[in-house]
Design a protein around this ligand. Structure first.
Ligand SMILES: [Fe+2]
Length: 190
């Protein structure tokens, strides 16, 4: 039977969860596991943002906010991956950062599977979802063939996050100040 884009996305989610488990259990294999995670996470995210999210936003304009939020979370997770790539795998800091990444991605996967994918399933018929799956896989392959390049949040995304979190004076802040303020607010709010 043909595979639709929703199954492909969920399969990637399970794959990332298994990489997280191995990263925690096999510290000696962290360099290779982290490189694999970085490549796969970025390819999956770009595939979704380029091929899947726009279709959903077009069919269901009321989902635009949700779709922006999803992309914002991808970019934030990629910033964490960048920091991990620069951190010694055997250091305590690596463990802290890895935990932060696992928490953030677990939250994102839950939101995607509970809020985004069920809407996509209703909005797009199966045959079209199969075609969408092909486009998603093709885009992922292109990203996987290129050097690993984690992205970061745009200033607009940071401003949006800061406002959602209730950071005061956000509109006058620089990008670095926004990063710090969002981080502080998230820690405060647990
Ligand atoms: Fe995603």
């Amino acid at each position: 039977m043909a595979t639709d884009v929703i199954s492909l996305i969920k399969e990637d989610h399970r794959d990332v969860e298994s990489l997280f488990e191995r990263l925690q259990k096999m510290p000696e294999n962290r360099p290779a596991l982290l490189a694999e995670l970085a490549a796969k996470f970025i390819a999956h995210s770009e595939g979704e943002e380029d091929e899947v999210y726009p279709v959903l936003a077009k069919r269901r304009p009321e989902e635009k906010e949700e779709v922006h939020h999803g992309a914002e979370e991808h970019h934030e997770a990629e910033e964490m991956i960048s920091r991990l790539l620069e951190t010694a795998p055997e250091s305590p800091e690596f463990d802290t950062l890895l935990h932060e990444l696992i928490d953030a991605v677990t939250h994102h996967v839950e939101e995607e599977e509970n809020d985004i994918l069920p809407v996509l399933e209703k909005a797009v018929p199966f045959e079209e979802r199969v075609q969408l799956g092909k486009a998603f896989s093709k885009r992922k392959a292109e990203v996987l063939a290129a050097p690993i390049k984690p992205r970061s949040r745009t200033k607009d995304e940071l401003l949006h996050q800061a406002r959602e979190l209730g950071v005061e004076g956000a509109s006058g802040m620089s990008k670095d100040e926004l990063v710090a303020a969002v981080r502080r607010k998230k820690q405060e709010q647990g």
